[in-house]
Design a protein around this ligand. Sequence first.
Ligand SMILES: [Zn+2]
Length: 146
Amino acid sequence: MSGIANILHRDTIAALVGGKAFERGQQCFRAGRVLGVEAAGGELCGLVTPQEAGRAPYEVRIWVREDGVAFECTCPIGSSRQFCKHTVAVTLAHLEKERQRAEAELVQLRDQLMSVSIKGLIEGLLDQARRDPAVHQALREVCTLA
Ligand SMILES: [Zn+2]
């Protein structure tokens, strides 16, 4: 995945825009005003329905520069280079999409694991633990919980 996904965390955005703008962006996202979001080539692009009827959707573009996150939005606030709520909403839509994708992959992985024998599963896990101390520790924790 592109660098954009690693940088655009919820907390990063909240800190960047401030609590109030973040709140408004969150409302915009929850109201379902983000029409679509697409991440490609280190860029995040999205369309947001304006609150005023009859206006064309705002086009949001977010990308990463050496000095941080850069953005563009075609709304009046965004075009004055301030981080607008649409930018926040598009970011939140992207994070939600990624979360859903990751969850779907886990469901698929679950099905695949179900078809592995217990012995094969344990050998596979031990092999991972041998290479990664974090896995080793995680497996120990699983044992104490079980
Ligand atoms: Zn905007």
